[in-house]
Ligand binder design. Structure first.
Ligand code: PLP
Length: 241
């Protein structure tokens, strides 16, 4: 009981409106510092956060929310739909298991974490065509470490070609997760490399204009390196429950 009270006390200090305002202000200042002219979208990462917190962010004007765990996501999407919050753009940003693609194909607008053909094939088959094509990003494994999610730069070309041939899939760009490290130069290097590859394909492909890059701890480097969509969780919603 004491534990529960302490948790509640701590949550009271999380001012979501203020956190969103602060985040938007960091984005604005960093954009002007580095002369960035394109739009940068804020994606509120609401995984492991309550429906009440999502509603608070919604009331501040946020409409894009990111989830990583499919069962949790479905529960929240259905609960919010039932309450009338039907104009939210839901993003799936977590690792994808093949046996969950049926849900991912139909509950989400944009899937950030595509890293293999098998998943694309299943999403294409399972997407309800009446909903229009499912938007996807291909995730690159920036660290090159095998246990991490994402495809390699070597695999990218063939995955892009495969995605382009699928009727119910619309390839919109790339996604990357920076390696957790104390060395800001490593993050900058990883992000700059991804930006270069993103630009190469952006010039060649139609509709290829989203670079999903940057989290709470590395958003400045992401903005500097061409991010068009920042995935921000804890600095808006506080620590995950
Ligand atoms: C959890 C998560 C985020 C948000 O991370 P924060 O550090 O809380 O901002 C962003 N991207 C992905 C892929 C995540 O899983």
């Amino acid at each position: 009981m004491i534990m529960q009270n302490e948790v509640n006390k701590e949550q009271k200090f999380i001012n979501i409106a203020k956190n969103i305002e602060d985040t938007l202000s960091v984005i604005k200042h960093t954009r002007s510092k580095y002369n960035i002219n394109h739009e940068i979208k804020l994606l509120c990462v609401s995984k492991k956060q309550s429906i009440e917190k999502i509603i608070q962010a919604y009331e501040c004007g946020q409409r894009d929310f990111g989830e990583s765990y499919i069962n949790e996501a479905i529960d929240k999407i259905e609960a919010l739909n039932a309450k009338g919050y039907t104009d939210i753009n839901w993003h799936f940003i977590g690792p994808i298991q093949a046996n969950k693609t049926k849900y991912i194909a139909n509950y989400f607008k944009l899937v950030h974490s595509i890293d293999r053909e098998k998943i694309l094939k299943r999403l294409n088959e399972q997407r309800d065509p009446l909903k229009g094509p499912l938007e996807v990003l291909i995730e690159i494994n920036l660290s090159g470490q095998e246990q991490k999610s994402g495809c390699t730069y070597e695999q990218l070309e063939s995955l892009i070609n495969y995605a382009q041939g699928l009727e119910n899939i619309k390839l919109k760009g790339l996604m990357g997760i920076g390696t957790l490290s104390d060395d800001p130069n490593l993050t900058d290097q990883e992000f700059a490399q991804l930006f270069e590859v993103f630009n190469k394909y952006k010039k060649q492909l139609k509709n290829f204009d989203i670079l999903s890059l940057g989290m709470s701890h590395d958003l400045i480097s992401a903005i500097k390196n061409g991010s068009t969509m920042l995935r921000i969780g804890s600095s808006i919603f506080g620590p995950r429950g």
